[in-house]
Design a protein around this ligand. Structure first.
Ligand code: PHE
Ligand code: ZN
Ligand code: ZN
Ligand code: ZN
Length: 270
């Protein structure tokens, strides 16, 4: 099914919000989470996953937390780990529908759909806090991985801005920090061909999202982002008060979910 879009608001950075968004500085329920807590997201994560281990990591310098849902395979499974991630904080003045309720919603939807499939490798959904203030949440997350967990990590599928309805954003970019293909880009490419993903997939060298933290830990990592091909520009409402649900495409969310979800599945089944 199509992913539901959740609008999460700024959870770290104090500052005035555009009054048209409603709410106020202290507690801003725009449709999901509030500044005060991640309770709504935790409930969503549990509902999406069924039987999982839920871990919440708080860390210095932010009020948002990492919310991690872990599914482990039954006995006889492999020892790999696949990390699906999306940040759920946003910036002041922006509702954060595209950046990054879109990635959050798609990650939740993938968790919900995969719930009914057996898995052979460990699958983690990492809802990342404090991306906007310097990748704090994802840096903390990888810093807590043991050497063994890092070594067993097959890859990281990060989604940041996957649902804009902007006409020009016709391509899905696969950003890697070094610009090189890796197991995640190769799996997504093959999956896109197999399922007939409508949009062009473009491999591109770029950091600026949580895949950087995974890459720096030595884990093959990709940020999936819908963008206009052939330019360096992001969508026009990026980090503005117009980053609202009105400019989100359900169809494009579904496309991202099909692509990333089916790719993840390739890597967690023997
Ligand atoms: N990470 C940026 C943000 O959340 C968005 C972005 C992603 C910018 C990829 C450039 C490249 O604001
Ligand atoms: Zn910790
Ligand atoms: Zn942002
Ligand atoms: Zn973002």
């Amino acid at each position: 099914g199509a992913a539901g879009v959740l609008i999460y608001n700024n959870v770290d950075q104090a500052g005035p919000l555009n009054p048209s968004l409603g709410g106020n500085e202290m507690d801003i329920p725009v449709g999901g989470i509030t500044k005060a807590s991640g309770e709504a997201l935790k409930a969503d994560v549990l509902a999406a996953n069924g039987t999982v281990t839920l871990t919440v990591q708080a860390f210095e310098g932010a009020t948002s937390e990492n919310i991690i849902a872990t599914r482990t395979p039954k006995k006889g499974g492999g020892d790999g780990i696949v990390h699906v991630s999306a940040h759920y904080d946003s910036v002041p003045f922006a509702a954060g529908a595209s950046d990054n309720a879109s990635g959050t919603a798609v990650a939740l939807e993938i968790a919900r759909v995969l719930k009914s499939y057996p898995i052979d490798e460990e699958l983690r959904f990492v809802f990342v806090g404090a991306e906007e203030i310097g990748l704090l949440g994802s840096r903390h997350y990888v810093s807590e991985l043991t050497e063994s967990e890092v070594a067993r990590s097959t890859g990281n599928f990060n989604m940041d801005m996957v649902g804009t309805s902007w006409d020009n954003a016709t391509a899905i970019y696969m950003n890697t920090l070094d610009g090189q293909a890796n197991i995640v880009t190769e799996t997504a490419k093959a999956t896109g061909e197999r399922i007939g993903t409508p949009s062009e997939l473009i491999l591109y060298q770029r950091g600026s999202s949580d895949h950087v933290s995974f890459y720096e830990a030595g884990i093959p990592a990709v940020n999936f982002i819908r963008r206009e091909p052939g330019t360096a520009s992001l969508e026009p409402y990026y980090h503005t008060p117009l980053d609202t649900i009105e400019f989100i495409s359900a169809e494009r969310l579904k496309e991202a979910g099909d692509l990333v979800g089916a790719s993840v599945y390739q890597l967690i089944r023997k």
